[in-house]
Ligand binder design. Sequence first.
Ligand code: UD1
Ligand code: UDP
Length: 353
Amino acid sequence: MLVATVVGARPQFIKAAVVSRALAARGIEELLIHTGQHYDIRLSDVFFSELGLPEPYYNLGIGSAAHGRQTGQMLVAVEDVLLRHSPGMALVYGDTNSTLAGALAAAKLRIPLAHVEAGMRSGDRSQPEEINRVLTDHASDLLLAATPTAVENLAAEGLTGGVVLTGDVMYDLWLARRPIFEAMRLRVLDERGLSEGGYILATLHRPRNSDDPARLTAILDALLKHDEPVFLPLHPRTRKNLSAAGLLEKYTDMLREPVGYLEMQALLAGARLVVTDSGGLQKEAYFHGKPCLTLMQRSEWVETVRTGWNRLIEPEGLGAALENFSPSGERPQVFGEGDAAEKVAGALAGYRR
Ligand code: UD1
Ligand code: UDP
């Protein structure tokens, strides 16, 4: 069987890395399609080379645009590729515009569609990702859920057929690469001038936080005023917004270029605390047992919040939380056993319409 995988953004390259390997191990042929949503070397190429993901067979080069235009252009281009290759199945990941475009293209051609990270819900429809998740799930034939909560969310929307609880593929990757990033950790901290347990690792890229200069300033000011080094590998979206507002200079000491997956995990392993609005980073902070402050009103990774390790916060509360947030409770392992990619590949191999 030929599986057409549609990816386009950083977190999808990371997720696809483990699944591609599991598909190959089962002898399933994969046609990797990169929409081009992320195109900076540090947001794209670095993950292909570092994580051993095969070169995409197609890079559609769609790039940045307003959501409708970007999604529409991807839909047209992915459809062309699917028509050319007639895959037996299409595979999408997560919740980006690339996910939705790939899902729509496959569903309209009646190519069976598999969705990795099905059933995640934040309940906040103001997030573009929530719309993408809901629509993708309702177009999918195989709903590959990372957690039991995701299975429950799907059932609440009447989606029970084709649902498989696989565990989280990001947890698989994290477990598999742990010996490597742990071995890198001291060197990375040394090169970056950081001390073990003595800094905050931060990322910011959600439109709600990065597109409003007043809100963005409030967040960065809280980090700047806090008396502890901050390492913030900055998403290009946020960098452009800071630059346009003439604010880049003010925060330059804590801002860094985006880093690769392994360096990021080494930095997580050494950090005292994480501040973020990234979905993936909330989870990885939990894997590492690092307290996480999340600048969102709702999180789809509810277990990280429920256990107390992840606190949802607004910019006004950030300064105090940087001082006093120190969770210590249990961290039940809800993200699977490290064999999620194998279960994804098995579900694809066994799928019958
Ligand atoms: C996208 C996803 C988001 C995901 C994030 C991961 C959607 C709606 N959003 O957000 O869910 O969490 O990726 O990082 O799909 N840009 C560059 N270089 C690039 C890519 C983007 O400079 O390689 C800049 C452009 O100015 C662009 C902006 O970033 O307009 C936003 O890019 P876009 O892909 O639309 O959304 P992200 O914010 O990256
Ligand atoms: N990440 C990375 N380098 C960075 C910032 C993030 O490798 O400079 C990784 C991070 O560890 C996680 C993933 O990118 O594995 C999260 O992607 P992102 O925050 O872009 O998207 P989201 O998860 O919010 O959709």
